[in-house]
Ligand binder design. Sequence first.
Ligand code: ARG
Length: 544
Amino acid sequence: MQSLPALLDARLRELTGVDPEMRPATKPQFGHFQSNVALRLANEQGRPPREVAADIVAQLDVADLCEPLEIAGPGFINFRMRSDVLAQAVSQLLEDPHGGINPANHPQRVVIDYSAPNVAKTMHVGHLRTTIIGDCFNRVLSALGHTVIPQNHIGDWGTQFGMLIEQVLDEGLDASTLTLDEADALYKRAAARFKEDDEFATRARARVAVFQGGDEESLRIWRQLVDISKPAFNEAYRRLNVKLTDDDLAGESTYNDDLPVLVKELEDSGVAVMDDGALCVFVDGFEAPLIVRKSDGGYGYATTDLAAIRRRVNEIHADRIIYVTDLRQAGHFKQIFAAARKAGFLPGDVTAQHVGYGMVLGTDGRPFKTRDGSAATLGSLLDAAEEVAAPNIALAAIKYADLSNGLQKDYTFDAERMVQTTGDTGPYLQYAHARVNQILRKAEAEGIHWGSVTVLEEPAEQQLALKLSGFGEVVDEVAQSLQPHKLCAYLYDLAGALAAFYEACPVLKSEGDVRASRLALCAATQQVLAKGLDLLGIDAPERM
Ligand code: ARG
C-alpha cells in the first residue's frame, strides 16, 4: 500500500515540479496536511502567493483523495483527506494478505553476515548488537519477499588456535569437557602467557602452521573447541529469540581451502603485488595495503573475507551483501569491498554494505561492565534485564533500546528505564498492543461484530487511520536504508495516535456503525503493531 500522504505528495510534485514539503497540519481545523509550495514559487515568479496558490488549487486533481482544497493565510494550501478515503485505506489494510507490506517488485538474494561470535570465547555485548540488528534486517527483507541467506561468519580458524591448542596440551586438558566459560578462561590464560612467555609464543606461532597444515592432534583439539562453542551460541540465539541456526554457520574455516587458490589468482592477475615480503593489494584511498598473504606465508582475516565475498557472489548468487559489525570494522570492510571490486570478485551489479553500530554504555557513560567490574558478556546483559522484568519484556526492552536509536550511536543500557511501560520503550509498544487486544477480546466475548471501517469523522480517528496507511512505506524505507529506528519511531507514533484515539473516542461504549468502525480501526492497529514488532524481533503478547 502506498501511504496517502505519499500519493498526495507525488501529485503535487508532478504539477509544480518541486518538492511540495508537505507537513502535517498544526491544528485540526487546517485539515491534515499543509504545503507552502505556493509561497516559494511566488517568490521565484514574482507573483502574489495567494494567486499562485489559487492556480495550483485550480489545476491539482486530487478530488478522489481530498475534500475541496483551502488556501490559508499568506498562501498555504490545506489538504483534508476525505473520510471515505481514509476509511477505505484502513479496510484495505485489514484485508491485505501482506498486512500492509509492499512485496518487492524485484525480489533479491540477500546475504546478511551477522552475529559471528568467536570460538572458545563468550559472546560479548558487541555480539548482542550484531545479532539483534542482523535478525531485524533478516525479518524485514524476508517480509518483503527477498530471499535472505544468513551467514554466521564465526571466528573458528586463525592464529588464536595456535596458542589455544598449545595451552590445552600444556595443561593436559580434555577440551571436549569444557564449558564455553571455561574455554574463555583458557583463552585468557593462553593470551596472557603469549604476551609474557617468549618460548610459549614461539611454540604457539609454530603450532598455527602445524594445525593449518592438517596435523591430526591439533585438529582434534580444534574440533573439540568448536563443538563446545556451538551449543553455547545456539543457547544465546534461543534466549534472544533470533532466527539463526546451524544451517547458517559459515565460519572462517569454511574458506580455508579457497585461500591459496584465491591468492594465486590475485598474484597471477597482478592485482596483488609483493611488498616487503608480504603479498598485498593496494587500493586507492587507503594508506596501508590489504595484506592477502603475510610474509610468513599465513593468511588473515582479510583474505578470508575476500574468499567469502567470492563464494557469496559465485555460489550463493547474492544480489546484495550486508555486513553487521561494530563501527570499528568500517575501514576494514571499505577496503575489502574496494579490493574485491578491483579483483573482479564483486561485480558492479552486486551491492555490498557494511552497517556499523556503536557501543553499549552503562549508566555511567562508560562501556557497559558487570557489577564485579568485568567486561559485560551477552548473558550478563540479559540477566541484568531479567532481574527487573519477565524474560519476554526484558528482551523487548533490550531489542528496542538497541534498534530505536541511530545504529551508529552508542546506547545506554539502563535496565530500569528500558523496561518501563511508558515512554519510548519496547514494553510500551507491547503494552499498547496488549491493550488494543483486550478491547477486541471484550468485543468478541460480548458477541459484537465488526467488518470494515464505514464511519471516520473524529479527528483522532482520522489521524490514526492516516498513520496506519504509512506502514508499508516505512518498512520499504528500513529495507532500503537499513535504519530500523525509523520503524521504531513509526510504531511509537502509532501507539501515540492510538492513545489519543482512546482518549477522544469511546469504543465499546459507542454504538452501531460507529462502534463497528472503531473496532475495525482497533483491529487494523493491532495488526500493524503486531507485525511491526515482529519485524523488530519483538514478541507481541496478547495480555500483559
Ligand atoms: N568474528 C568477528 C568479530 O567477532 C566478526 C566477523 C564479521 N564478519 C566478517 N565477514 N568479517 O569481531
